[in-house]
Write a protein that binds this ligand. Structure first.
Ligand code: GUN
Length: 294
């Protein structure tokens, strides 16, 4: 069994990004700049955004973090985004989701300029990804593709089962895996909460991508021997024995599934780190587009 190690793969992607960035800086270009917006104080969102900011510094990017109280109005938030849209010193804008209920996530996503939408959530980017045109790919599915590439996992002609149809992960993942590129060309089944017999679908899968957010959902009896298993789940589960009071759990029952899988991602230390690598790659791409660099 091969452990698909997000630490190793993300470090390799980040090293390439850092080398390119260093080259631009040595030619007197400004730093690539990611602006992140965090609304409220959801514990998981705080952690993710802090990690994104820290990773920017690691590859030589500038970053700005804009924090707003959960009571901010939708108009105020949209105005903050418009200011960043107009700021030529900002390459990428990220608004951490979820947002408080009184703010429309769609309105927020559609206000970000598509060419600064490094999360790849704007309908223009989603449409372009579906059509196979150059676009920002959402960071988590992009991170999974980078992981497949790092480990040179052959996907062509394989049957991939994606569990979960979210706009952030499952749906774009299904599009990418079926698209005609080196780590695509799969036949894809997209399973969701109304799918009859998810187990039967999974048993026929060469590749299983679990992205439903239910800890331990994928069990060994659902996995064909020799399958590739990618766990996108990162759920906080109460755990009194841990210092923080919780543990991070994936969607896959790792211990038993790893005995059947040919390759599997751990949680933590798997896809989560690749998401950040994907975001950094998108931010560098946006910067290159700004300065017409390749
Ligand atoms: N919330 C969970 N995942 C993501 C992500 O990739 N980007 C943003 N902006 N919010 C998220």
């Amino acid at each position: 069994m091969i452990l698909l190690d997000g630490r190793l793969a993300s470090a390799a992607v980040k090293e390439k990004i850092k080398n390119q960035t260093d080259y631009y800086l040595s030619n007197n270009f400004r730093k690539p700049h990611l602006a992140a917006i965090l609304v409220g104080n959801n514990g998981a969102s705080e952690t993710y955004v802090a990690s994104k900011v820290k990773n920017c510094a690691e590859v030589g990017f500038a970053s700005s973090l804009f924090r707003f109280d959960a009571s901010i109005s939708e108009d105020e938030l949209l105005n903050a985004i418009k200011n960043l849209n107009n700021d030529t010193g900002v390459d990428g804008i990220l608004v951490q989701l979820p947002l408080p209920k009184h703010i429309s996530e769609n309105a927020v996503i559609e206000t970000i300029l598509p060419n600064k939408d490094v999360d790849g959530f704007h309908p223009i980017n989603v449409g372009k990804v579906v059509q196979g045109l150059p676009a920002f790919i959402p960071a988590t599915p992009l991170g999974v593709m980078l992981l497949l590439e790092h480990y040179q996992i052959s996907t062509k002609g394989k049957h991939a089962v994606v569990i979960g149809r979210s706009n952030i992960v499952g749906r774009p993942m299904s599009i990418l895996l079926s698209s005609p590129h080196p780590f695509g060309n799969c036949t894809v089944t997209l399973c969701h909460s109304h799918t009859n017999s998810i187990r039967q679908h999974c048993l026929e899968a060469d590749i299983v991508i679990a992205a439903l957010g239910k800890p331990g959902f994928v069990t060994a009896d659902m996995i064909k021997k020799g399958a590739i298993v990618i766990d996108v789940g990162i759920t906080r589960v109460d755990d009194a024995s841990s210092k923080r009071g919780f543990k991070i759990k994936g969607d896959v029952a790792f211990d038993s599934v790893s005995e059947k899988a040919a390759a599997i991602t751990p949680v933590p230390g798997g896809v989560g780190l690749m998401t950040i690598a994907g975001l950094l790659q998108n931010t560098l791409r946006s910067y290159q587009n700004n300065f017409q660099l390749t």
